[in-house]
Design a protein around this ligand. Structure first.
Ligand SMILES: [Zn+2]
Length: 198
């Protein structure tokens, strides 16, 4: 059976999601096909809204509908601790563990010379500016335990060792090659409380 063009288009859109193959994409598209017109409109509107209303925080680059974000503007956070992560969704994992009460800085990736990604392609210039402007006593390097994540942590340590008195790296024990996103709360809490001077 030939899939009608509008349905094929939706299948193709779903196939672009990470980890979604053709079969799953078809299943999702057929699910949407069973929606009422109102459900379909709500779904489409949610996608449009997220692009219209969600922006990276101008200070930490977490995705937010308030700028500065709730964490940056909170009076109950410790403003002298700055935790550097690769992606905004890493913040969700750390926040869920409840172990950290400082501020964040999202790099939007990791240093990867082979892919032409250097510090200047990330939010390192903005981090430099924050470290100059804000009173940071501890920089916690929570980049992923991958080759690129380690290289990025090493770069940041060299870059800021004379500006920040304490630079720490999350403790070993995180699965090597993994992503913070998939680490369970207990492991993440332990990695945080066991963080070492870098
Ligand atoms: Zn923020």
């Amino acid at each position: 059976m030939q899939i009608p063009a509008p349905l094929e288009r939706l299948v193709e859109e779903f196939s672009r999601f990470p980890g979604v193959g053709r079969k799953t994409a078809q299943r999702l598209a057929f699910r949407v096909l069973s929606y009422t017109p109102e459900e379909a409109r709500n779904f489409a509107e949610a996608i449009v809204r997220v692009k219209e209303q969600i922006r990276p925080c101008s200070s930490c680059f977490i995705f937010t509908d308030n700028d500065p974000c709730d964490i940056c503007s909170s009076s109950s956070r410790e403003r002298n601790q700055l935790c550097v992560v690769e992606q905004a969704n890493n913040v969700l994992a750390i926040e869920k563990s409840g172990i950290f009460h400082g501020l964040y800085h999202v790099l939007n990736g990791a240093v990867s010379p082979l892919d032409g990604i250097g510090p200047e392609q990330l939010t390192v210039p903005q981090l430099r500016e924050r470290i100059r402007r804000e009173n940071i006593d501890e920089l916690i390097l929570a980049t992923n335990p991958t080759v690129q994540g380690e290289a990025t942590a090493m770069f940041l340590q060299h870059e800021f060792e004379h500006q920040v008195s304490r630079i720490t790296r999350l403790a070993r024990g995180l699965p090597a090659g993994g992503d913070l996103e998939y680490v369970d709360d207990v492991t993440l809490s332990e990695a945080f409380s066991g963080r070492q001077p870098f």
